[in-house]
Design a protein around this ligand. Structure first.
Ligand code: 6R9
Length: 651
């Protein structure tokens, strides 16, 4: 990207919300953190590691960067992740504090105190050990959002085995390739779960993944969740109720070295097979806990925190399991979809549990906007005090709606930028400290050196657009791609000398605040002008008729690429003539950004293709726009969506 990148409606955004003075007065995060970290970054992280975690053996070296890009953080320290998330809170007298308020989709509920959760994890640790799982082994986890998912992950951590959570919406094939790549010994799954009131199977996919009997998997532990009938392989399959619930609740956590693998989480690259992102223990937990505490202004004694992410996504790892539990927080876990049995379910849960901190994704916010503000208006949301966003750029209008309708203009909104690879939040406002602009993730957190550079790796000046990079190693950074160090070096450390390249385009405004422009593979080039998908989408959703928009660049003989937009209309606009509406929106973008950004075609669609973590799969839309057979759509939450869109496009 060049500094001339047309920067549209994002660059017109000049609203800014200063921290409320009362909030700022006793905010958890202090402005002085920036100075402290600026003075001595490593001393800062060492202090956080000692303050936030309990080490069985203290470390003497903070960072070993003698063999970049392979980092070792707190290398000679020893600790146990599960002990940090559980036992120590019980030992400190907080065993009766609620760790998890669980709400199932059908409305069943369970509560676990820290003492109870510790006991369950000890049983699972004993059960997995009895099944032959030892430190250094891998365990595949294919579960819905139920407490057993958290228990399984922590039980693995407790015995030094790495978990590899595979999202429950993934196919048997996707599961098999991940099991094989990690050479997992054990799979933990459930009979099934519920989706929009209907039973949805999980174990059938595990059975299909393991049919040939040649897998490394020796055992499958099955949680009974929805009671649907399952096939059974004797000698391999056991029920959770027979194996885990009957195990001893006595278990002493052994400390492992700080660089002990904690988990592998597969993430799709632009091409090729998925990459197994490897995270280790000490550095990861330090940054997960630090960010969870400071970015959300966490007060573990009084807050009720709810992150709506699934554990199949990195947000579920860092901000459902490790960050909140290491910090001793009380949280809500909800199994189901937001519109079951009605579109107010989330707000009903906020009211019921008195949720104070809510962390969700822009796609969810835009969906709620589409449903209308009357729905949240029916519930008491006065307990809320901090609102977070993650997963994709949040357009200013969604940010404003979130702040006004959900946060009643009282709650700071924190837009948090990070990735599976970064392990924890990297760029975000600090509530009570940072004045926030709608649509900007603001500034790198203390101890993080993110920057925006041009093609040659030189920093772009204020106002310029370029590539987002990280200059210095950070504690929760990925340590490797599982089994493929060359790919690790190539993918992340080769584009710019000595820097981690994140894959995202970004821009810095005159104040030095960072605006994420989407993946660089989503950056289009139209007649030599570079356009970001995010900026055109932001313009489209800024039009009152549009609920959601996705933009792709389709190959064009004349202009290199042409802008193709897919939109979902809002409310009564959905009854308008779609062709006329498309033309209105083309003109709107032209006016908003410039003629060059005017989409060649705006197609009105009923739904957009999204992964279960809410990311729009632009790759599939691009296939449609370029008249190709639609590629692999197995990771879509709803696989019928693409057929409808392709049919609409062909008309
Ligand atoms: C945590 C997570 C990472 C990609 C990342 C970027 C996009 C995430 C964002 C954001 C703009 C934010 N992304 N948060 N873009 N603003 N606040 O989402 O991890 O699933 O690995 O995705 O998501 O493009 O590169 P992951």
């Amino acid at each position: 990207m060049s500094p001339e990148t047309p920067l549209d409606n994002l660059s017109h955004e000049n609203r800014s919300f200063a921290p409320d003075p009362a909030f700022a007065r006793d905010a958890v995060a202090k402005e002085s953190l920036y100075a402290e970290a600026g003075e001595d970054r490593l001393a800062f992280w060492a202090a956080q590691a000692r303050e936030l975690l309990t080490w069985e053996k203290d470390f003497t070296e903070t960072l070993d960067w003698s063999n970049p890009p392979f980092a070792r953080w707190f290398g000679d320290g020893r600790l146990n992740a599960a002990y940090n998330a559980l036992d120590r809170h019980v030992e400190a007298g907080n065993g009766d504090r609620v760790a998890i308020h669980f709400e199932g989709e059908p409305g069943d509920t369970r509560t676990y105190t820290y003492a109870q959760l510790t006991e369950e994890v000890k049983k699972a640790a004993n059960a997995f050990t009895a099944l032959g799982v030892a430190a250094g082994d891998r365990v595949a986890v294919y579960l819905p959002m139920i407490p057993e998912a958290v228990i399984t992950m922590l039980a693995c951590a407790r015995i030094g085995a790495a978990h590899s959570v595979v999202f429950g919406g993934f196919s048997a094939d996707a599961l098999r390739s991940r099991i094989d790549d990690a050479e997992a010994k054990l799979v933990v799954t459930a009979d099934g779960t519920w989706r929009r009131g209907k039973p949805s199977a999980l174990k059938t996919a595990v059975d299909a993944a393991l049919t040939d009997g040649r897998s490394t998997v020796e055992n499958v532990v099955v949680v009974k969740r929805n009671g649907e009938p399952v096939e059974w392989t004797e000698g391999r399959d056991t029920w959770w109720s027979d194996t885990v619930e009957t195990a001893s609740a006595e278990h002493t956590a052994e400390a492992f070295e700080a660089e002990q693998p904690l988990y592998i989480l597969y993430t799709s690259g632009t091409t090729g097979r998925p990459k197994g992102i490897l995270h280790t223990t000490g550095g990861y937990l330090t940054q997960a806990a630090f960010t969870h505490r400071n970015v959300f202004d966490l007060r573990p004694e009084t807050d009720v925190y709810w992150c709506t992410a699934d554990i199949g996504w990195v947000t579920g790892h860092s901000y459902v399991v490790y960050g909140p539990l290491v910090n001793g927080a009380t949280q809500v876990i909800y199994e189901g979809t937001p519109d079951t049995p009605h579109q107010g379910r989330w707000w009903e849960l906020v009211q019921k549990y008195g949720v104070t901190i809510l962390y969700t994704a822009p796609t969810a916010i835009r969906t709620m906007m589409k449903w209308g503000e009357d729905i949240p208006g029916e519930y008491d949301l006065s307990s809320l005090r901090v609102l977070g966003s993650v997963g994709e750029p949040i357009n200013p209008e969604a940010w404003m709606w979130y702040r006004r309708v959900i946060g009643k203009d009282r709650c700071p909104v924190v837009d948090t930028w990070w990735q599976t690879e970064t392990g924890a939040i990297m760029i975000s406002p600090l509530p009570g400290v940072t004045a926030a602009k709608p649509g900007s993730a603001q500034v790198p957190l203390p101890g993080i050196t993110a920057d925006v550079v041009d093609e040659t790796g030189a920093p772009v000046g204020d106002g310029g657009a370029g590539y987002l990079v990280i200059r210095e190693p950070w504690p929760s950074m990925l340590r490797n791609i599982w089994g493929d160090p060359d790919r690790f070096v190539d993918t992340y450390w080769s584009r710019f000398e000595g820097m981690y390249f994140a894959g995202d385009g970004a821009r810095k405004d005159d104040d030095g605040d960072v605006w994420l422009l989407g993946r660089v593979d989503d950056v289009m080039n139209v007649s030599g002008h570079r356009l970001s998908t995010a900026e055109i989408e932001s313009s489209l959703v800024g039009h009152p008729a549009v609920a959601e928009a996705a933009v792709v660049g389709a190959a064009d003989e004349t202009t290199g690429q042409a802008v193709i937009a897919f939109v979902i209309l809002r409310g009564s606009a959905a009854n308008e003539d779609p062709d006329a509406m498309g033309e209105t929106l083309r003109q709107h973008v032209g006016k908003d950004i410039g003629a060059i950004a005017k989409p060649r075609k705006v197609l009105v669609v009923p739904e957009l293709p999204k992964t279960r973590s809410g990311k729009i799969m632009r790759r599939l839309l691009k296939d449609v726009a370029e008249g190709r057979e639609v590629g692999d759509a197995t990771t879509l939450a709803d696989s019928t969506v693409m057929n409808q869109i392709a049919a609409g496009f062909a008309k």
